[in-house]
Structures are given as C-alpha cells and as structure tokens.
Design a protein around this ligand. Structure first.
Ligand code: ADP
Ligand code: MG
Length: 230
C-alpha cells in the first residue's frame, strides 16, 4: 500500500468548486495529483487496473475533490477518463465540473431509463462525467444491482480509467457494496479532520469485503515538508 499527500495550496484553501489542476497546475497540490496519477498509470500498465473507487471514513474529507483532480491529471497524461459520481447521497461532481444543474446520469441508467451512458463532456479535455443523475434510486439497492456492473463494463470499454466517487466507507454500506466490484480502491484520509480510529475502521471494512486497497491519499496537509514527503 502507498501513501500520497495532497497539500492545501499555499496560503489559501481549495475553494469549493476549484479544480486546482486547471486553476493552478504548477502548485504543490497539482504536483501531488500528478504523482498519484503517475502511480496509477504504472499499476495500469502492469495489471490492467481500470476501475478505481475513491472513498473515505466520513464526508468532507476530500473524496470528490480527489476524484476530479486525479481525473484531470490522468487525462493530461494522455488517458481517457470517465468519472462516475456514485455518491448518490451527496453527489458533488457536477458542481466541481461546473455543470449548470444536475443532468441525467447514473441513477437514470440504474433504473433502466438509458441503454447507454449519458456522459457529459467537461471543461477538462479527456475527462467525461457520468453525474449521479436526476432519478431517485435507493443507493444501496441500485449500487448493488447487476445494472451497476453493466455501467462499469460500458464505462470501461470507453475509457482507460474509470474513477468512481463513492459514499464514505465508515457509516454507510454503499462503499462496501461497491468496493468488491471495482478493481482498486483509494482511501482518502484528511490530515486535519479524520480521526485515527475512524480511518482504521474504514480500512478494516474495505479489507473485510476483499477490496483491493491501492493506497491512502492524505488530504489537507499543510505546508509541512516532512509530512508532504511521507
Ligand atoms: N487536498 C485537500 N487539501 C485541503 N482541502 C481539501 C483538499 N481536498 C478537498 N478539500 C476541501 O475539503 C472539503 C470537502 O471536499 P470534498 O471533496 O467535497 O469531500 P467529500 O467528497 O469527501 O465529502 C472541500 O471544501 C474541499 O475544498
Ligand atoms: Mg463528495
């Protein structure tokens, strides 16, 4: 398992909706996402690791931000990326990518409204988005359904990487339902917010369902060089 640190940009916090990969590509934070992307490209070449879920112990630790910036970093490295917003409870990818409003997406496909994936182009070339959608589906049931496997297969066929923004692993069963069906999982841990035992529980929960835990992404790391390199 590897550790990756994604520091806060110097002197300012990541404003909601800010995609640091686009806003400030030379910042240490952008560099951190590029290094994470490079590691995944390695794993990809090795073992065909295409579908990757990003989760955390609790909300607000930086899952969605990590998914969006990592997607852009991979696309800037020449890969085709599809972002799937599977956090049906607190979806955020449409906001991060600046779509005016929620569009048809995952929930619509899971309810059988679409035979194909209604993908949206984003401002980042090479990154396409399957939003959480406009339909209301029971998250646990929808994400556990055979149709979700079909969504993954369709996305896989149209991209090099499929990044899945998932609900937190700590409290809800959604992430545990998703994890075994994805080829790899990244656990986001906030240096400032995550409690040690919550992170441990999330990790244990992922291990119990035989998730392939690729690494831990440390967010909200502030200006401390040592921690950054760790
Ligand atoms: N690497 C980071 N460093 C500092 N703050 C971050 C980082 N990533 C995200 N944030 C901030 O943390 C908050 C929650 O991020 P978000 O990605 O929505 O979390 P989640 O999807 O886990 O709920 C946002 O205000 C975001 O700007
Ligand atoms: Mg989120």
């Amino acid at each position: 398992m590897s550790w990756f640190a994604t520091p806060s940009p110097n002197g300012r916090s990541l404003a909601t909706g800010a995609l640091i990969m686009l806003a400030d590509p030379l910042s240490p934070a952008a560099e951190a996402y590029r290094s994470l992307a490079a590691n995944l490209q390695f794993a990809y070449a090795d073992r065909q690791l295409q579908t990757i879920g990003i989760t955390s112990a609790a909300p607000g630790e930086g899952k969605s931000t990590t998914v969006a910036n990592l997607a852009i970093a991979l696309a800037q490295g020449g890969r085709r990326v599809i972002v799937v917003d599977a956090d049906l409870r607190r979806p955020g990818q449409h906001t991060l990518f600046g779509l005016e409003s929620q569009q048809e997406g995952l929930a619509n496909v899971l309810l059988g409204e679409y035979p194909h994936l209604p993908l949206q182009d984003t401002a980042a070339p090479g990154v396409r988005l399957l939003t959480s959608g406009t339909a209301t589906a029971d998250p646990l049931e929808a994400l556990g359904s055979r149709r979700f496997d079909h969504v993954l297969a369709l996305a896989r066929a149209q991209a090099d990487f499929v990044l899945v923004d998932t609900p937190p692993a700590g409290a809800l069963a959604d992430a545990a339902v998703l994890a075994p069906r994805l080829e790899g999982m990244l656990l986001v841990v906030s240096a400032g917010r995550t409690k040690r035992d919550m992170a441990r529980r999330a990790r244990e929960q992922l291990e119990r369902v035989n998730a392939n835990l690729l690494g831990v992404v440390l967010t909200d790391v502030r200006g401390d060089d040592k921690l950054y390199r760790y």
